[in-house]
Design a protein around this ligand. Structure first.
Ligand code: PMP
Length: 435
């Protein structure tokens, strides 16, 4: 249902929402003198969704997030084991003994938190060490840390793109990039997903009408798992005097000869103007960073508001990421195992008859196309009951009727885990007429 066509009159009078008739997009624009009315309607929608047993979000884990997890099932009131296929802990580093030990040592030496912004008393010796290491990892001169990847994108884009400038983004860019653009005083232009003609058109227009130009792309797109056409984007950028920023959230540790991300994958080290990364996926922590020239990083320290006005990451997080970078170098077999698992799952899902994108796989994200939102909800209930923890992605996160399961593969998945998951997808896909 479209946000503007929601029949709130009917809903209020009957006071009964059938969640199958709505999606989360329906409760944004509702206007009323009582500013909480939309929250009340949305609550009713979510309650009905939960009552139907098809709401599979915020399930409580009672163990570490690895290939198998324990979760507390609120419905039955018991703990149960599930196969985790929804975590971006791609290399399984969250439980790596060396990394846990490094985090523990930092916790004991530096305490739980710094309780200050980085420009004040929030910078540690290990903060500077990590910034240097991340800059090297991305082939850049310097790097700056943020407390989340979200705030890295928001802070960097809004600091760099000023009035009279243009920011040009792929239509499938992550929400944090979009929010960074909205917070900037610049002009926002979009181009069709990974479409170079569309980007060229936007660059031509922006070159005529605006001052500075920044192109921002995801290295690996978070909903489809496909890789940006970076070489062509860089070439167009040079032609039109634009700078390029790559969000490597899902690329770091996964793609590239050394797991260095998108520029490593295309052998374009030192060629990308800004690279943003997050600690919340491969590095199994929380936080983010932006790597660039020393001048740009210095500028961000002075003007990125989410850096200046927000507390610095916890010491244990910094130690976790330092140890994670070392592990990436010392244990390349983790990445090899991850890719073995990606191909195994991708090829077998395809053999079952599922539509998988992209094909062949380009990252650890496997997008299993389902279509209708209602089928997705029913199927996710069944898959949950059969012990698979998978992310169901409905509209508005993806276009209408392009809902999907987004599977995240990990190096720590065993063949047994993958075979059980495939068996469940075989059964449920047949039951719901998908395969
Ligand atoms: N960019 C992309 C492409 C992402 O997928 C995410 C996380 N979902 C972020 C940025 C934000 O990172 P974080 O979770 O560290 O805030």
């Amino acid at each position: 249902m479209n946000t503007n066509t929601i029949n709130t009159e009917t809903i209020i009078r009957k006071h009964k929402i059938n969640s199958d008739d709505y999606t989360l997009a329906d409760f944004i624009e509702y206007r009323d003198k009582n500013i909480f009315s939309k929250a009340n309607l949305c609550f009713e929608f979510c309650q009905d969704w939960k009552n139907k047993g098809t709401y599979q979000y915020m399930r409580s884990l009672t163990s570490a997030c690895q290939n198998r997890v324990m979760m507390f099932d609120e419905k039955s009131g018991i703990q149960r084991e599930m196969i985790m296929m929804a975590s971006n802990n791609y290399l399984g580093l969250s439980t790596h003994p060396k990394i846990i030990s490094a985090a523990e040592k930092a916790l004991k030496k530096y305490g739980t938190g710094v309780s200050s912004a980085p420009m004040l008393s929030g910078t540690l010796d290990i903060t500077k060490k990590l910034e240097k290491k991340l800059a090297q990892f991305k082939g850049c001169e310097d790097a700056i840390l943020f407390t989340t990847g979200y705030s890295a994108n928001v802070g960097a884009i809004s600091a760099l793109v000023r009035e009279g400038d243009a920011v040009i983004i792929d239509r499938l860019d992550h929400a944090s990039i979009i929010d960074g653009c909205r917070l900037s005083d610049g002009n926002i232009r979009t181009f069709k997903h990974n479409d170079m003609d569309s980007l060229k058109k936007q660059l031509e227009i922006c070159d005529r009408e605006f001052n500075g130009k920044l192109i921002v792309i995801d290295g690996v797109y978070s909903m489809d798992g496909d890789i940006a056409r970076l070489p062509e984007i860089l070439e167009l950028a040079r032609r039109y005097n634009a700078k390029v920023m790559v969000d490597d959230a899902h690329a770091s540790g996964v793609i590239g000869k050394h797991g260095g991300g998108t520029s490593d994958y295309f052998n374009l080290n030192n060629k990308v103007d800004l690279i943003m990364g997050t600690f919340s996926k491969t590095f199994a922590a929380t936080g983010g960073f932006v790597a660039s020239t020393k001048e740009v990083v210095n500028y961000l320290r002075c003007y990125a508001r989410s850096y200046m006005f927000s507390a610095a990451p916890a010491p244990s997080v910094i130690a976790t990421v330092l140890a994670g970078l070392k592990t990436l170098e010392e244990e390349p077999e983790l990445r090899k195992k991850l890719w073995k698992n990606i191909y195994y799952m991708h090829n077998n899902l395809q053999s079952l008859g599922y539509r998988i994108s992209p094909s062949p796989p380009e990252s650890a994200i496997i997008s299993v196309q389902i279509g209708s939102e209602v089928t997705l909800r029913k199927m996710s209930k069944k898959i949950h009951e059969l012990g698979i923890y998978a992310n169901a992605i409905p509209f508005p996160a993806v276009p209408k009727n392009q809902s999907r399961f987004r599977l995240s593969l990990m190096a720590t998945h065993t063949l047994d885990d993958l075979d059980i998951a495939l068996d469940v997808f075989d059964k449920t896909g047949r039951e719901y007429g998908i395969i």
